[in-house]
Design a protein around this ligand. Structure first.
Ligand SMILES: [Mn+2]
Length: 427
């Protein structure tokens, strides 16, 4: 336990009466629509979104990085912080590791994760930056590089990530590459895609039977003219070429502004190729802001599609959900807890959609009432359900409030020396 359970209990005790009243009022309101609040609370309890290990560090921009207090020094500190997030929110039971940033003895990692009640989600490979001990540079690409030996090195790294993941009990590999080009004519886009597919076929061949391979598209950055896996169409082609264990990962920030991401969700799921999600929010581009911070309605609309698919496909539909954000001006633990709750909230709101009524309005071409049906679910304040779910599983009614009361950040800051240095980009 990272935070003294007494602190959480005391925190909850002072909020119990208000929660009981709010929960009863919402239960009555939902009952009028024949919705059982207890079944929603049970659904909230089953919902989980993975924490990326790199998310608990302070992020930066291309311009600068301003270190935070008590930043994790290594993967074991990162796991400790993830343990706090899970302890307080009870909505983040798994951690997604990034290799080589999180390279460590798998047995030791497993032992600490077990102690914290955490499991391991998808493994993430890194062929978008050079490591000090690697013979070939990824400056001009990795899995799609023109040089065969560089591609082999990138394939070998991905296979190593699978091996580490096996030792940890993970069952998926996420591959995102920075490959692309900055100038028209710099690369032959067709041949580059062929080289990528050939390399990924080798990675795919190394997957254990019960593993999945997620490929993540991104329209720009670090390459600014073209990227090899630019859009969901390219991503779908890759997943289809590779085989049934391959599917697409959608990162909310990796699209042009105004793109209808919920429609992409619907399309990919319809053809069995929606593997998972990276949640964040953005105003302009791939801003990596906290989930639901800018456009909570879009987050809801994405979940409206996800819940619709869940209702159709049942247990067969098990997408991998992860937060993928950068925290430049907030305490990362506070941001990740807030985002986890926002994602969970959008899921619950989407479960409130009266799908029978919506279907009838769609059949009647009643655009206004169809839209209002979604709005009605979105406007419902499901806080009492989220709070009740956390309370029942040992979490905090107000995770950020309990975290601040616990003094966790000050405590770790005294143990973890300040990390100096600038350095831009993600960490
Ligand atoms: Mn991502």
């Amino acid at each position: 336990m990272q935070i003294d359970p007494d602190v959480i209990e005391q925190h909850n005790r002072s909020r119990l009466a208000a929660l009981d009243a709010d929960y009863a009022a919402l239960g009555g309101q939902l009952q009028r629509s024949n919705i059982d609040i207890e079944s929603l609370t049970a659904s909230a309890g089953r919902f989980g979104v993975a924490i990326p290990s790199w998310g608990v560090g302070t992020g930066g921009t291309r311009f600068a990085r301003f270190p935070g207090r008590g930043e994790p020094r290594h993967v074991f500190d990162k796991l400790a912080d993830c343990g706090v997030i899970q302890q307080l929110t009870q909505a983040t039971p798994t951690v997604s590791l990034h290799i080589p940033w999180d390279d460590a003895d798998p047995a030791a990692l497993r032992e600490q994760a077990d102690k914290l009640g955490l499991g391991f989600d998808a493994m993430n490979s890194n062929t978008f930056q050079d490591q000090s001990d690697q013979p070939r540079s990824y400056k001009f690409g990795s899995l799609s590089h023109t040089d065969a030996a560089t591609r082999e090195q990138a394939v070998a790294h991905n296979i190593r990530c699978i091996e580490i993941g096996r030792a940890l009990g993970s069952q998926a590999l996420t591959v995102w590459v920075g490959d692309g080009s900055n100038f028209p004519g710099q690369t032959h886009m067709g041949k580059q895609f062929d080289r990528y597919l050939d390399a990924m076929t080798q990675v795919y061949a190394a997957l254990p039977d019960d593993w999945q391979l997620f490929t993540e598209h991104k329209m720009y950055e670090p390459a600014f003219y073209s990227t090899v896996v630019q859009d969901w169409g390219s991503n779908y082609l890759i997943a289809k070429e590779l085989g049934p264990k391959a599917s697409c990962l959608v990162d909310l920030g990796h699209h042009a502004p105004n793109v209808n991401i919920e429609m992409i969700v619907s399309r990919l799921a319809r053809f069995g190729k929606l593997g998972g999600f990276h949640f964040n929010d953005s105003k302009y581009g791939d801003d990596d802001l906290d989930s639901g911070a800018i456009d909570p309605y879009r987050l809801f609309l994405v979940f409206n599609e996800l819940v619709d698919i869940e209702r159709q496909q049942g247990d067969a539909f098990r997408p991998a959900y992860m937060l993928d954000q950068s925290h430049n001006v907030t305490d990362p633990i506070e941001s990740l807890m807030t985002s986890a709750v926002e994602v969970q909230r959008a899921y619950l709101q989407a479960m409130l959609v009266d799908r029978q009524a919506l279907s009838a309005y769609q059949a009647d071409n009643d655009a206004l009432m169809a839209s209002q049906t979604l709005k009605q679910a979105f406007r419902t304040n499901v806080d009492p359900i989220l709070q009740q779910s956390r309370l029942r599983s040992g979490g905090a009614i107000d995770p950020v409030g309990a975290y601040r009361e616990s003094g966790y950040r000050a405590a770790v800051a005294s143990e973890r020396p300040a990390i100096s240095g600038a350095g831009g980009g993600i960490v």
